[in-house]
Design a protein around this ligand. Structure first.
Ligand SMILES: Nc1ncnc2c1ncn2[C@@H]1O[C@H](COP(=O)(O)OP(=O)(O)OP(=O)(O)O)[C@@H](O)[C@H]1O
Ligand SMILES: [Mg+2]
Length: 276
């Protein structure tokens, strides 16, 4: 069985033109290869700016890579419309900030059924049933929710609505980019527990993007560590976290588990590693 998703040698460079002087060139993603097996949760971890969200955008076809290939169920996704549609339907995204991806003027019913309409899935009746089911799946009461606007919801409820919208199209893969970092600490675990339950119930494979190694261990099965666009280490999550081989991973873990808050500052991991 081929993995549900495989990316091979993805590279993406951004060039920012400047009015004066040379344009700045950022290699945001540098020769990245990853496999996501069916029903697994692949964590992509790394410092801010290491290229995590860019990888997500490349997988979703929101950006074109300079080089590299994406395979879904072993099939090469070319950059034509048909492949793009298949990818956009099979992979759904949950962003860090729900307001990035939902229209504040739409009611919950419209938000959750949006992707169903885009992909022409079902008739009106079938869509309504899918919307209700998706809301129940994320433990929201459809009758109470469908007529509400996003601003009438709590942060946790809003993120559940985003998750319901992702679920409604019955995706193979959900890419969750820091899905809980803007939520209250008290409800983060609840949200992750819910994602795990859905992953098991529906057999959805997840890419979980985070720099929080504690929630990564809780939710993930596999892990890739990203540093300046390149993967420095990958493998089963317990192997990577308990026996990190690469000095950058060691610094990242060391910085986070250090009892002295001054040393816990994330950027310190970077500095330490660069001076190794
Ligand atoms: N559209 C863009 N134009 C120019 N540079 C970009 C663009 N998008 C991302 N970059 C740059 O690419 C690099 C990787 O950015 P990316 O957003 O993928 O990082 P990230 O790991 O998701 O960071 P964070 O943890 O802060 O979300 C950064 O240096 C960023 O400034
Ligand atoms: Mg990001």
């Amino acid at each position: 069985m081929p993995p549900v998703l495989r990316v091979e040698n993805l590279t993406k460079t951004f060039i920012r033109k400047s009015l004066f002087g040379k344009p700045s060139v950022t290699k945001a993603v540098d020769d990245v290869s990853l496999r996501l097996e069916e029903g697994r949760v692949l964590v992509i971890a790394g410092e801010s700016g290491s290229g995590k969200s860019t990888i997500a955008k490349l997988i979703l076809g929101a950006l074109d890579p300079d080089t590299g290939n994406i395979y879904l169920d072993g099939n090469l996704m070319t950059r034509d419309q048909k492949s793009r549609r298949i990818l956009q339907r099979s992979c759904q995204m949950v962003h860090q900030d729900p307001y990035d991806s939902i229209n504040p003027r739409m009611k919950v019913r419209g938000i959750v059924s949006e992707a169903l309409e885009i992909h022409h899935i079902g008739n009106t009746r079938a869509r309504e049933m899918r919307v209700s089911q998706a809301l129940r799946d994320v433990k929201l009461d459809p009758d109470d929710m469908i007529h509400k606007y996003p601003h009438m919801l709590s942060g946790g409820q809003r993120q559940r609505v985003v998750l319901a919208r992702a679920l409604a199209v019955k995706p193979r893969i959900i890419i969750a980019d820091e899905p809980v970092s803007m939520l209250d600490v008290s409800i983060r675990a609840e949200m992750l527990e819910l994602m795990r339950e859905l992953q098991q119930k529906h057999g959805i494979s997840f890419i979980y993007i985070t720099h929080d190694l504690a929630t990564a261990r809780h939710f993930g099965t596999d892990m890739a560590i990203l540093y300046r666009g390149a993967i420095v280490e990958k493998g089963e999550i317990s192997g990577v976290l308990d026996h990190p081989q690469h000095p950058y991973t060691q610094a990242l873990i060391g910085a986070i588990s250090d009892p002295d808050p001054a040393n816990r500052f994330r950027e310190k991991a970077l500095v330490d590693w660069e001076t190794v």
